[in-house]
Design a protein around this ligand. Structure first.
Ligand SMILES: N#Cc1c(N)n[nH]c1N1CCCC1
Length: 327
């Protein structure tokens, strides 16, 4: 029965969190993403112009899946594609002896420019893995029957290293009880229903809840437009800036805490987490950590929310569920 733990290292402004993964005989830094289901990495097959500065997977240690290829486009229109090898993957001591490793032969500039990241490790459901003609399993799905318990946990932190664990829940990492809610896997995401939202100390609701996904691969917290609008209406100097593509606030602002009701329990995102980052170095205008989920089709509980809670991604029962506890 395997269990393991790996660090989640924050990148600038907590834009993403990277964890060390051994693939074949390379150690790479991957972005663990509960919003996608492909494990892909820069490789010796990637064009040098695209892979400069990145750690590379050398497929010589793997066995090529003949005829298999992959091609993924994310919500932000970043993209990558390539071919597939079965190789040994180790995360925090948990070993998948024959994991589908997607070697990139082409990546978009967003990935080329993010030199700290050598690829992604998808932790959504394998139903949305992009490998054709036959989708393959995520790392979690590959190892889940060998884990002490078919769970993984997410403990992200603001501006500090957090952790992911596989196979166990660490009671020293949270306070109070874990509140569990059912997951709808129809879209391949860890999708749940949030009950409602409110700002500050008041329980004056900023709006009814709705469908949401827990997504470590997204930096911010995307909520119904009416909720985002109500939240920023309480902040002096806040505005929706079309050119920036979202709400901005003065970096000097102290935003109110933001409360989310899930499973009948209230979880609080400290207002400071919503003063996300200057528009560019030295700017006195900051981008808001809460943005409208307009056009997405559901809310996205990304890192701004996840770094305020301890999250349990539980596939150990008859159907998957999500657990949340205060950190
Ligand atoms: N957009 C987007 C997105 C998402 N919703 N989850 N993970 C994402 N990405 C991982 C790497 C780039 C984007």
């Amino acid at each position: 029965c395997q269990t393991g733990e790996v660090a989640a290292d924050p990148q600038l402004y907590d834009q993403s969190y990277l964890s060390p993964v051994t693939i074949g005989n390379s150690e790479l830094m991957l972005d663990f993403d509960t919003g996608s289901a492909d494990l892909w990495c820069f490789s010796t097959e990637s064009p040098a112009a695209q892979s400069a500065g990145h750690g590379l997977y050398n497929p010589s240690t793997g066995t090529e899946l003949d005829g298999a290829f992959w091609d993924i486009t994310y919500g932000d229109q970043s993209a990558a594609s390539g071919n597939v090898f079965a190789d040994k993957v180790v995360v925090g001591g948990v070993t998948a002896t024959k994991q589908a490793v997607e070697a990139a032969t082409s990546v978009s500039y967003e990935f080329t420019e993010d030199v700290a990241s050598d690829g992604l490790l998808g932790l959504a459901f394998s139903s949305i893995n992009t490998i054709l003609p036959q989708p393959q399993t995520t790392f979690f799905d590959t190892v889940r029957n060998s884990l002490a318990k078919a769970v993984f946990t997410v403990d992200l932190k603001k501006g500090a290293a957090g952790s992911y664990t596989f196979g166990y829940i660490d009671s020293s990492k949270y306070s109070g009880a874990i509140t569990y809610v059912p997951v709808n896997t129809a879209n391949g995401f860890w999708q749940f229903t949030a009950d409602g939202y409110s700002a500050g100390g008041s329980d004056s609701s900023t709006g009814r809840g709705g469908v949401a996904i827990a997504d470590t691969g997204t930096s911010l917290l995307y909520l119904p437009a009416s909720v985002a609008k109500a939240y920023y209406s309480g902040i002096q100097g806040a505005t929706f800036d079309f050119r920036q593509g979202g709400y901005t606030i003065p970096c000097s602002a102290t935003p109110p805490d933001f409360n989310v009701a899930i499973g009948g329990k209230t979880f609080t995102v400290p207002g400071s987490y919503i003063n996300y980052a200057p528009l560019r170095a030295g700017s006195s205008t900051c981008f808001g950590g809460i943005q409208a989920d307009t056009g997405i089709g559901f809310s996205i509980f990304g890192d701004v929310f996840l770094k305020a809670v301890y999250a349990v991604f539980d596939d150990s029962g008859s159907s998957p569920r999500l657990g949340f506890a205060a950190q």
